[in-house]
Structure formats: structure tokens, C-alpha cells
Design a protein around this ligand. Structure first.
Ligand SMILES: [Zn+2]
Length: 369
């Protein structure tokens, strides 16, 4: 399975059984000094798959960096086979400036596999693709939502590819979004080049959120277990569901939002998502779910203009009723000893509760959407 017996990256070889921290030069500063991407390579003595785990290809998406740090500094990872390539910050340019983008205002994650003699972004994409994706058998890329939004942790990948499918289900998120990803994205191009790659989307940009980090660390461990690179079996959630369709609820009028749902909440058609009130509160507009689904993402900014996205709803391939039954079978009405994910808790709770209105907001007044 392994592509190379002697593993070499960033101009250095890493012997079997050793761990090395390397710097891959990808560009230069105005001063001519090098700009480098930090890479840790961990090799087991025994041959096996080569897996990369990368974060912050969008420079302001930091939860993945938290995941990689926990893997680096948490309980020691005992690799029994293969090679793990950890890249805590891919877009070092955007990371320094707290930005999603590159200095030439391009999105690095639309420029893979890049070109040797192209634009600044295209050259950086080329270096990263040659050194990381082409050296690897499998990939896991870690993202969060873009500004100003948050995502309920979910895995994405092209489920038509059998290896991507294997990784995506093994990762262990409840929601698996089926799709190749945008043209020029790292995961799409890496998969096309023979390195099946999935992504995690979890939480907000510019934060390291403990819940998102826990999902990410568990997911990476699960994939390494699936590939027999560490001991143990993948930890499965109570159920998993494939998502092929999603829809955005958008603001109808300008105003200030109060939410009635949270990321991961199941929602039924017609259920209140948010109340949008004008500044003096004389105009209120209640936004409702257009169909049954699960809240996949939402805005974190309380102010909206007409047409702006408020809530992203995933439409599962199984009914909410069957997901609730799966959750109930696991919990059995008893207190769980282990955390099994916010979605399960939300599903179990919503069996007995209606969604709360918050304060006086959410009382349906005047105009409705
Ligand atoms: Zn991203």
C-alpha cells in the first residue's frame, strides 16, 4: 500500500521508527527570507499506509490546528504501522494575518494541484500538493465554517470513491455529506490524484473549540484504527446518515436575529428557526424550516440583511423518526456513561420537548415568512 519505502519530504528523509519536525519552504518574504510550512512526520517501524492530516488551508480556520496539537501533545500515539504526516498550518500566510485568503487575495483551496510557474497562490499550492498529497495514500483535511458562521461537526467526501467512503464512515461523525468538493480544492484534487481524502467541517473560524477538537481527534484516531496504523477498532456513533441535499434559510428582511435552534438540532418542516426583528422591534419576521432536517450550520452574527444566509439545514437520507428511534435504542431512557455526540442528545431531547422560544422573541407576531 505504501508508495515509498524510503520516506522523503521537504528534502529530508525520515527513517522508519522515527519522528521528525520539518519545515517545507513554500515561498519567500519581501526580505528574501524563506516562508515555510511546519510538518511533523511520524513513522512506525513497520510499513503501512501514509496518511496526511492537515489544517488551516484557510488561514483563519483553527479548530483543526487544535486537533493536530492534541494528537501531538496528548496521550502518546503509538503507531504500529505506516507513516503519519501532520500539518497544523497549511496557509501560513493567512494564519499570520487572521485571514482565510492568501496575500494575493486568492483562496488557496481553489488552486490545487497548482502550477510550478503560476501565481503566488498557484506555486504554493503546487509545492504543498507535490510534497504532501503525492507522498500520501490517504488524507484528512480539517476545516471550520467560514466567517461569520459555525458548523455542526460533519465529514465530507466523494462517497462514490470506495476508499473515501471507507474513511468517511470510519471517521465517526453522525453526518456524512456526499460530494466531490469545489474544483481546485485540496480534497477533490488529492482524491483525483490517487490519495483519497476526506474533510472535517467543525465549529467557527478564529477559535479552538473543545467540542470540535474532541470530534476531530476521535475521528483521526478512528481512521488510523480502520487502516490498522494504531491498535483498536473505530468508535462508532449511535448511527450515521448520508446527506446528499441541504438548503439555506435566508433572511427576508433586514434585522436582528434571535435563534430558536442550535447546530445539530433536528428540525421539522415549519418549525421556527429564528425570529428577525427590526431595530425598534415593531416588525418581526419568523423564519421557519422549509423541510425536515438537521441544523448543519448557522450564522454567528445576529444582524442580517435581506437574502443573507441564516441557517443551513441538512436533509438526511433517513427520516428524523428513524434517527430518533436509533438514538432512543442506544440511550434506552437511561443516563449514558459516555458522550455520544451532541446530535444524539439533541434528538433524544426533542422527543419530549418542543423547541423553546427564547424570552419574548419567538412569539409569532405580525408578518411571517
Ligand atoms: Zn475551510
Amino acid at each position: 500500500m505504501a508508495k515509498k519505502r524510503v520516506f522523503r519530504v521537504a528534502g529530508q528523509s525520515v527513517p522508519a521508527g522515527e519522528t521528525r519536525d520539518l519545515r517545507l519552504k513554500i515561498s519567500e518574504q519581501f526580505t528574501g527570507d524563506p516562508i515555510a510550512v511546519p510538518i511533523r512526520v511520524m513513522r512506525a517501524k513497520k510499513r503501512g499506509p501514509i496518511v496526511f492530516v492537515s489544517a488551516a488551508v484557510h488561514g483563519d480556520e483553527l479548530n483543526g490546528m487544535g486537533v493536530i496539537h492534541d494528537i501531538m501533545y496528548g496521550p502518546q500515539l503509538h503507531l504500529i504501522a505506516g507513516t503519519l504526516i501532520l500539518v497544523p498550518v497549511v496557509n501560513v500566510f493567512g494564519f499570520e494575518t487572521l485571514s482565510r485568503y492568501m496575500p494575493d487575495r486568492r483562496d488557496l483551496n481553489r488552486f490545487f494541484p497548482g502550477t510550478k510557474n503560476g501565481s503566488l497562490t498557484s506555486r504554493v499550492a503546487y509545492m504543498l500538493f507535490e510534497e504532501i498529497a503525492r507522498h500520501s495514500d490517504f488524507g484528512i483535511e480539517l476545516h471550520s465554517a467560514a466567517q461569520p458562521r459555525t458548523n455542526f461537526p460533519n465529514v465530507r467526501g466523494d462517497l462514490k470513491n470506495a476508499d473515501v467512503r471507507r474513511l468517511a464512515w470510519a471517521f465517526g461523525c453522525e453526518l456524512i455529506i456526499d460530494g466531490k468538493g469545489p474544483d481546485g480544492s485540496f480534497r477533490r484534487e488529492a482524491t483525483k490524484a490517487g490519495c483519497p481524502t476526506i474533510i472535517l467541517e467543525a465549529g467557527e473560524p478564529l477559535k479552538i473549540e473543545q467540542d470540535a477538537v474532541e470530534v476531530g481527534v476521535r475521528g483521526v484516531h478512528n481512521v488510523l484504527r480502520e487502516l490498522r496504523m494504531i491498535e483498536g477498532e473505530p468508535v462508532r456513533p449511535t448511527y450515521q446518515v448520508r446527506i446528499t441535499r441541504s438548503t439555506w434559510v435566508r433572511a427576508e428582511v433586514g434585522g436582528i436575529l434571535r435563534f430558536h435552534v442550535r447546530p445539530g438540532d433536528p428540525v421539522e418542516e415549519g418549525q421556527r428557526i429564528a425570529t428577525n426583528a427590526s431595530v425598534f422591534g415593531e416588525r418581526q419576521n419568523v423564519l421557519r424550516a422549509p423541510c425536515d432536517g438537521i441544523v448543519l450550520g448557522m450564522t454567528t452574527l445576529p444582524m442580517v440583511k435581506p437574502g443573507e444566509p441564516v441557517c443551513h439545514i441538512a436533509v438526511p437520507s433517513r427520516s428524523l423518526k428513524s434517527l430518533r428511534l436509533a438514538a432512543a435504542r442506544v440511550t434506552g431512557g437511561k443516563k449514558r456513561r459516555h458522550r455520544t455526540g451532541a446530535l444524539v442528545q439533541n434528538l433524544a431531547r426533542s422527543e419530549t420537548e418542543t423547541m423553546p422560544g427564547r424570552g419574548s422573541y419567538g412569539k409569532e407576531q405580525r408578518k411571517e415568512s
